[in-house]
Design a protein. Structure first.
Length: 62
């Protein structure tokens, strides 16, 4: 009765490196200085102005 050959020795896998923790998000940019002619609470963008104009034309009474 022949003795079966020993199975090959498999080295244990190397431990996977732990990724470094993600960097904290950058601080938000400082708000732009308030314009003298347009207070921040009443300033609207050009896109908002276009929406207002479109809504005014669409809601005209028949």
């Amino acid at each position: 009765m022949a003795v079966p050959p020993a199975p090959p020795v498999v080295p244990p896998p190397a431990p996977t490196p732990v990724p470094p923790p993600p960097a904290p998000p950058p601080a938000p940019p400082a708000p732009p200085p308030a314009c003298a002619y347009a207070p921040p609470d009443k300033a609207i963008t050009s896109a908002e102005a276009k929406i207002v104009l479109v809504m005014r034309f669409m809601v005209q009474p028949p």
